[in-house]
Design a protein around this ligand. Structure first.
Ligand SMILES: [Zn+2]
Length: 319
């Protein structure tokens, strides 16, 4: 049972019971509850700070681990970007130069990046957004580099075909260089008896010596003609043609594809010719040009100079 509280009343000179009004009682109760709530809340914050819950500890560890992993990932992205830069530099400064292609400028290499950057604006976390943008830039540059390498490959195949087609060897075996009788230019014709342009080279060789196609191409003519005798024309494409005249016989037919070094016939003395030899012509855009400049696969510089010297000595051609 609750004890009754008394207070001394000087007017009545008596101790009288204390009467507490409901309003005062209510205020006291509210004060008590308010103070209790504040004390409880302060205690909760303090204990939460000093002694975090197990879930929160795990979450913090996980966040730390994610941050570490992100740093590793970002460094890896930067390394990849640097490696790609080296590849791009090599492509622009070496591969494309060798194949006569213009280097790609930076704006071409970064074309299309802007659209992806706008996509990244919806990512709320700055560090993730930065990594995303970096990865997108690398992906875009890789796409452009892949296209560039494909272009290089196509160009290389085209050039390989062109280089294989270009006349580049001597049409007869001439290891000691002594088989060249005369070169391109004005020469006395041995049968007509006057000086006229000699539009090719004359190689002396025993009758029946093999005659080789000097580049890949398609036989466009293989017949007998009064002046050339048995003759083969090869169309090499890219405006180049070669002619092999005075053959004893040919072993290819018009329309046939031939490879460089393939035997197409044999040295002879047919047509307007005074002895067994091969008359060899190179034409560019249907005009004869000096074939001596088309032996790159056969001759070094010294051999070339010697061949010119040997071929300049004779004053008359053999046809
Ligand atoms: Zn000739």
């Amino acid at each position: 049972m609750a004890q009754m509280r008394y207070t001394y009343n000087p007017d009545t000179c008596k101790y009288e019971p204390v009467v507490v009004s409901p309003k005062v009682a209510g205020r006291k109760i509210l004060n008590f509850l308010g103070i209790s709530f504040l004390i409880g809340l302060t205690g909760a914050f303090y204990f939460n700070y000093r002694f975090p819950l197990v879930d929160e500890t795990l979450q913090a560890e996980r966040n730390q681990k994610l941050k570490t992993e992100w740093r590793v990932l970002y460094k890896q992205l930067q390394r990849t970007s640097n490696q790609l830069s080296a590849l791009e530099h090599n492509d622009d400064q070496n591969y494309r130069v060798i194949l006569d292609l213009e280097p790609l400028d930076q704006s071409q290499r970064e074309a299309g990046v802007g659209g992806r950057e706008r996509e990244s604006e919806s990512i709320p976390y700055p560090i993730i957004r930065t990594a995303y943008e970096q990865a997108e830039k690398i992906k875009n540059r890789l796409d452009i580099e892949a296209q560039s390498l494909q272009q290089l490959m196509n160009e290389l195949l085209k050039k390989e075909k062109m280089w294989a087609s270009r006349p580049a060897i001597q049409p007869v075996s001439n290891k000691d260089l002594k088989h060249l009788h005369t070169i391109f230019g004005l020469r006395m014709h041995p049968l007509l008896g006057y000086v006229r342009p000699h539009n090719g080279l004359d190689f002396t060789a025993p009758q029946g010596s093999p005659v080789y196609a000097t580049g890949d191409g398609k036989v466009s003519y293989a017949q007998y003609s009064t002046s050339y005798g048995n003759v083969v024309f090869i169309n090499h494409g890219y405006d180049f043609e070669t002619r092999y005249a005075h053959l004893t016989n040919f072993i290819v037919a018009s329309g046939q594809f031939v490879k460089r070094g393939q035997v197409i016939g044999y040295v002879g003395n047919t047509g307007l010719s005074v002895s067994a030899h091969l008359h060899y012509e190179v034409l560019y855009k249907n005009s004869p040009i000096n074939p001596i400049n088309f032996f790159q696969r056969d001759l070094n510089n010294k051999e070339y100079e010697k061949l010119v010297e040997i071929g300049s000595q004779a004053t008359s051609s053999l046809d």
